[in-house]
Ligand binder design. Structure first.
Ligand code: HAM
Length: 421
């Protein structure tokens, strides 16, 4: 128990961390190019935020939140998603009073959901998300989807297809609820207990049920796309025109409802090509009512979230993971105890010149130091030997070609820096 990470969590080891850094760099660049700025919100929030924001009939709220009482008897929840925290911060920090739209992104923020752990489904995962506040036009969703798509194809991923749907607004959705209830009402006794509960409170949630018997009933249910009001219809068709103009492959999928209650109009997902069937690589949509619902002024908003672990899974399955770069470019070997101090100071001088350098920390023989340098993939070994040191030179060996040359000690760090870069 003591030496076992909690179920559904993963260590990020050095051989994983460089991949995360690589992805994060691409995420930052993609978001910055679209004018989004980074926001970081706390890892926990008041439970009420998620009850009100995510929706109390969702699986996340009903089954998956890590909720506890703190020492002040407040109910606290570890973030089960990133949007509600961003909205809370937008309201609390009066960002609505600045020039809108306000465009923010969060970089692989830790997210906690008490789910049944399996491939691609963890209890702690990390999301890159982008949220845009104050934009009513479908250009917002088109910008989010284009940025996401550009980021993913920039990593090399192929065969991506964006699934889009519209789930209407407070004007047209009640009409759809009515139609859906008429259809489901006749079949309610054949559905699972949770869906029977959902039937009264939030029938749309039934469309998202994973139980086979409910899925079979839902298959032939009326579609919301047939009930959209004129405004939602126009919004959805403009979004399609924007995506087509940009050449983004998309499909209309009338069955996407998403697992969170705050969405209005557009919802979208990209489904993974590999891994468990139907697992989403990312998901997002418009949530025009959420800011007001959480106590802020009425504000149009839209965003997406994408799990870093799922990006890595997809990259691995498409054979696209870059190799881990060597930790050290230059290994500084010393020839005996007298040379330890000069070798140490020379290593530091190389580091001062931004060269990734390392030296012996364990008292290895010269032969063992060369062997070690080879093992860690150092491109060069700089030998600080007694005789060379007396002559004021360093011997530099190229580990690939075995070529050697002597460099004056005084300028060696500078010269090596220009060779390495
Ligand atoms: P979500 O679809 O619940 O949306 O999650 C977004 C993404 O997080 C998923 O597509 C997936 O990549 C990843 N993810 C979710 N759950 C897990 C898990 N248990 N293990 C590994 N990865 C997971 C949201 O969270 C919304 N806040 C997205 C959003 C932002 N909508 C508007 N703005």
């Amino acid at each position: 128990m003591l030496t076992q990470a909690p179920k559904g969590t993963r260590d990020m080891l050095p051989q994983d961390a460089y991949l995360w850094q690589w992805i994060e760099q691409k995420e930052r660049e993609a978001a910055a190019r679209a004018g989004y700025r980074e926001i970081r919100t706390p890892v926990f929030e008041h439970t009420e935020l998620f009850l009100r924001g995510v929706g109390d009939t969702t699986d996340i709220v009903q089954k998956e939140m890590y909720t506890f009482k703190d020492k002040g008897d407040r109910s606290i929840t570890l973030k089960p998603e990133g949007t509600a925290g961003a909205v809370r911060s937008f309201i609390e920090n009066h960002m609505f009073a600045d020039t809108l739209p306000c465009k923010v992104y969060y970089l692989n923020a830790p997210i906690f959901r008490y789910e049944n752990p399996q491939s691609g489904r963890l209890r702690e995962h990390h999301q890159f998300g982008m949220e845009c506040f104050g934009g009513r036009e479908p250009t917002v969703e088109a910008e989010l989807i284009s940025t996401l798509f550009g980021f993913l194809t920039g990593l090399g991923l192929q065969n991506l297809r964006v699934h889009i749907n519209s789930i209407g607004c407070p004007e047209c959705r009640p009409r759809y609820h009515q139609k859906l209830k008429e259809y489901l009402g006749e079949r309610i006794h054949d559905m699972c207990a949770t869906c029977q509960e959902r039937f009264q409170k939030n029938p749309l949630r039934i469309l998202d049920c994973k139980e086979e018997k409910c899925k079979a009933i839902v298959k032939d249910a009326p579609l919301i796309l047939d009930c959209l009001c004129d405004e939602c219809k126009a919004h959805f068709s403009q979004l399609q025109a924007l995506l087509s103009a940009r050449g983004i492959p998309f499909a209309i999928d009338p069955h996407i409802v998403r697992g969170l209650d705050y969405y209005t109009k557009t919802v979208f997902e990209i489904i993974m090509q590999s891994g468990r069937e139907g697992l989403a690589l990312c998901g997002g949509g418009r949530y025009d009512g959420l800011v007001e619902q959480l106590g802020g002024p009425a504000t149009h908003a839209a965003g997406f979230g994408i799990g870093a672990e799922r990006i890595l899974m997809e990259l691995k399955n498409q054979n696209l993971l870059p190799e881990m770069p060597a930790a050290t470019d230059v290994y500084v070997a010393n020839l005996g105890a007298d040379m330890k101090i000069p070798a140490f100071t020379f290593t530091q001088a190389l580091r001062d010149h931004s060269v990734k350098a390392d030296c012996d920390l364990t008292g290895r023989s010269l032969k063992a130091q060369f062997k070690f340098a080879d093992k860690i993939g150092a491109k060069y070994v700089a030998l600080i030997g007694g005789e060379e040191y007396e002559r004021g030179v360093v011997k530099l060996r190229n580990m690939a070609t075995k070529e050697e040359k002597e460099l004056p000690l005084a300028s060696a760090a500078d010269e090596i820096a220009s060779i390495v870069f």
